[in-house]
Design a protein. Structure first.
Length: 198
């Protein structure tokens, strides 16, 4: 079990997403990503909409304005400011809940607090990784964050994959792979993905 859980895990994942977003070069927003057929801007918008949904499930306010799985390029103004507000709202929503809450409302249905926070963190951190590798950033997904996220991955991803096709089929992790590489492979990512021609 990871020693990074709950609110700390969500905060770390949100900070990772913020840092990667702030470092995206202006000319790279249209670059391809490990999310097939999605650009960097679309991945960020998807992450923003998903985080909105996690916050809105708790508060009932600030519902996503479009379908996260068909993300338009809606962040043409100040992507960092838009993202910051959404992440603050989600963090505030989770911070208001007692850590032991057994039924936290989420877009995936009610979940125990630790699993709900890990699911929101998984969404933020993995899409931050998508953007980081797509734009050539030296910003890996840290192993202790990946270990915390694995709680949600093991509990939710196979069901989401089988029922909704949300994740690509799991890949075989290389022998001796660390927590981050193993998590990314389980989620259907190529942990060693690089842009074509790089």
């Amino acid at each position: 079990m990871s020693n990074v859980e709950g609110m700390e895990l969500l905060t770390r994942a949100h900070n990772y997403l913020r840092e990667v977003t702030a470092a995206v070069p202006e000319q790279a927003w249209g670059a391809p990503t490990p999310c097939s057929e999605w650009t960097v801007r679309q991945v960020l918008n998807h992450a923003r909409l998903d985080q909105q949904a996690y916050g809105a499930a708790i508060t009932g306010a600030g519902q996503p304005d479009s379908d996260p799985f068909h993300p338009a390029d809606a962040l043409d103004t100040d992507a960092q400011a838009v993202l910051d507000k959404v992440l603050r709202d989600v963090a505030d929503a989770y911070a208001q809940l007692p850590v032991g809450t057994e039924q936290v409302p989420t877009p995936l249905g009610p979940l125990p607090y630790a699993l709900a926070a890990a699911a929101a963190a998984m969404d933020a951190a993995v899409h931050a990784w998508d953007m980081a590798v797509a734009t050539g950033q030296d910003a890996p997904l840290e192993d202790d964050i990946a270990e915390g996220i694995r709680l949600a991955a093991d509990g939710l991803v196979d069901h989401l994959r089988d029922s909704f096709g949300v994740f690509a089929p799991a890949r075989e992790a290389a022998e001796g792979a660390g927590p981050a590489e193993s998590l990314l492979a389980f989620l259907g990512r190529d942990p060693h993905w690089t842009p074509v021609g790089s």
